[in-house]
Design a protein around this ligand. Structure first.
Ligand code: NAP
Length: 235
């Protein structure tokens, strides 16, 4: 597809990987809408990127419906949804509380499904569209303390497989992108110590570069799943 003059919606585009994706696609000439829950952070990111801000939480169904309506009203028919909003809670199984577990699933799984559902209705009507799900290498294997977050990303990967099978006959490309560790506010949001930046670590722009690349392929084909590791990360 051609990024220039396309319409893109990035959930969680107010920070981290989502903001980098939004900025990269906007710089390539796309009209971009971004969502987030923190209004001040959202507005600052939108102003910096030249994006349309939509104050919305993907885990709230009314917000999802409003997000899709507002994006199309402000920017035109949607070409790309990037399902990026997500966060983690990391606890041993024996300490996992139901509220934390369900909160992770509400955003990372239910929120992604609601956004994809609304985008898919629009894409099916147009017989074209692109759906990029930002999962994680946590979708590929388990690890200690990963009960909630890893399971949510396995679920997103599973839904991606289903949506791909359903939507290909409508010329809709469904991508899964699995970043490994990327330096963002993700760790801080999960209450984990923020690792110091060094040049061996992935940054949001690395993931944004790859998302742009897979979208730019001719619409006759697509990359089903892309996993991005740091080459030799040092702490
Ligand atoms: N960083 C990593 O190492 C890494 C690795 C693999 C995959 N990922 C995935 O990449 C995605 C982005 O993570 P990140 O590292 O960029 O984290 P981040 O820096 O914490 O950014 C997350 C963004 O999502 C927004 N957000 C969170 N919950 C939301 C909700 N319910 N509705 C709407 N917006 C929401 C946040 O803004 P508000 O809080 O203001 O809503 C923020 O803009 C996530 O799905 C994450 O699981 C991250």
């Amino acid at each position: 597809m051609q990024i220039k003059d396309s319409t893109v919606l990035v959930t969680g585009g107010s920070g981290g990987i989502g903001r980098a994706i939004a900025a990269t696609l906007a710089a390539a000439g796309a009209r971009v809408a971004i969502t987030g829950r923190d209004r001040a952070k959202l507005d600052a990111a939108a102003a910096a990127i030249g994006a349309h801000p939509i104050h919305a939480d993907v885990s709230i169904e009314a917000d999802v419906l409003r997000t899709m309506d507002e994006t199309i009203a402000a920017l035109g028919p949607l070409d790309v949804l990037v399902n990026n909003a997500g966060f983690g809670v990391f606890k041993p199984l024996v300490e996992m509380d139901r509220a934390s577990f369900e909160a992770v699933f509400a955003t990372n799984v239910t929120g992604a499904m609601l956004m994809a559902r609304e985008a898919a209705k629009h894409f099916i009507a147009r017989q074209r569209g692109n759906l990029v799900n930002i999962a994680s290498t946590s979708a590929l294997r388990g690890a200690p303390n990963g009960t909630a977050y890893y399971a949510s990303k396995f679920a997103l990967r599973g839904m991606t497989e289903c949506w791909r099978a359903e939507l290909r006959p409508h010329n809709i490309r469904v991508f899964l992108v699995n970043p490994s560790e990327v330096l963002t506010d993700f760790s801080a949001a999960a209450g984990r110590p923020q690792k110091a930046a060094n040049e061996s670590k992935l940054v949001g722009d690395d993931i944004a570069h790859m998302v742009k690349a897979i979208l730019e392929m001719h619409d006759r084909g697509f990359t089903t799943e892309l996993t991005v590791f740091a080459t030799n990360p040092r702490d």
